[in-house]
Design a protein around this ligand. Sequence first.
Ligand code: NAD
Length: 492
Amino acid sequence: MEQGGTISIAALQLMDDNQESNQSPMARGLVGTKNLFQLERYSLTLHPCADSIIVHGWTETFPLQVLKMSHDPFTSSPFYQSAVGQLMSVSEHVDLQRGVLERLTVPKRTITVSIPVRMDDGSTRMFLGTRVQHSLTAGPGKGGLRYAPTVDVGEVAALAMLMSWKCGLLGLPFGGAKGGINCNPREMSIGELERLTRRFTQEITPFIGPNVDVMAPDVGTNPQVMAWIYDTYCMTVGNVCPQIVTGKPLEIFGTVGRSTATGCGVVYCIEEASKVMKLQLREATAVVQGFGNVGSITARELQERGTKVIGVADISGHYLRPGGFDIPALIDHTDRNGSLEGFPGIAADKVGMKEFFAAECDIMVPAALELQVTGEIARNLKCRIFAEAANGPCTPEADQYLRDKKEDILVIPDILCNAGGVTVSYFEWVQGIQMFFWSAEEVDSRLQQLIRRAFLRTLTIANTRNVDMRTAALILGVQDVGAEKQVRGLFP
Ligand code: NAD
């Protein structure tokens, strides 16, 4: 027990108050005054929907972020509801039994763990981490691990579902998964981040593995975090296991091309889309929201093709410069300073988020977080290609508007647009299994082949069935995942 003392729990309540007889022995055992150790062990490691438990009556000693995740099951999350809405929107277009579709609306497994971390000042802080495995039908779960103060179970569950469709669309032998820890990595030291990562890895080791679930970087995590996961897992199992995690540094069986894969994949999609829209990239303008791994590489690749990048944004603000930004100089600045803030002259370019998205440009790339583009923002978009580098950047209202405008704005949906990351993660996993490593040219040519093929398959479905690109991509992804479930049947 890290903090000592006791914590009072007034009640443990089932989701359905009338089903008292369904209370598990563990739930019954926790009613009353119990110490933090027991709460950690038994209550917080239970998934809210698996045993339908909500913890009430917390005390001051109970950290806020723990409450946030444990009392809010994913079904009430707007992002999760939006993901389920997308799934149901293609129910009439896919050849799947109703029971199979219903199975796909709920993740197969959700693991939530408490993570006690010794902070640099000597105190102990509790964090909550979760890993959602939406589907394991096609192979091990695959998906990123996110560190952000906004992380909750609903967000992670929605992202896991999107991963399933993405892997299905690309034809990769993975199920969909996602993980997250509710924390602010920008406010933590490197030592605190390492201890957080290692303890999280240790807590979820029974639920991951090279053939079970394979993590990768996402918002707020990077190759160094993957290296700590790799090392913790290898130390635990007692042997080197390169395929336990992807997005690792090259020194420990990472693959060439992984750090640039997602941004490059975005730009291969944009190249295909520009053929459809009869747009010359060397004469085009682009606006990119988010300047982390995905946004910065996308901006750099576009600029290398002659596109003028007139808008960039990160957590410090949104910036428009009609003459165009020098992207390599911005990357150099953010590498050294952590954000766009302080780049020479950029303060004068600062605009509001609405003005940013309303900029006159050919290509708009949301590459930050989900649900950034509301209905109002969508109605003011002036771009011709809307490339969803981020996962789930549109609210349902924005999505509906863009569907109706499909003749004017070509949307490259997230599960297609940012699939370069998971594709090269797949290459890294394969190389790890074989212990046989590919050249940069091999990685890039196979990435291009898979991404361009997925784009063209999606376009063909959109044209032949007269649907928008998102619906087309979802039809392909959901059909692939669902067909595997359907043919395998329901056990027992
Ligand atoms: P990152 O942490 O490297 O970068 C995120 C960027 O978004 C940062 O520049 C941050 O400052 C900015 N940002 C955060 N909040 C913002 C806000 N409110 N307004 C404007 N900017 C904001 O993350 P990343 O890996 O580049 O991921 C970006 C998106 O791409 C996420 O949706 C992620 O799920 C998705 N994605 C990432 C990968 C990958 O390989 N990294 C793969 C597929 C999809």
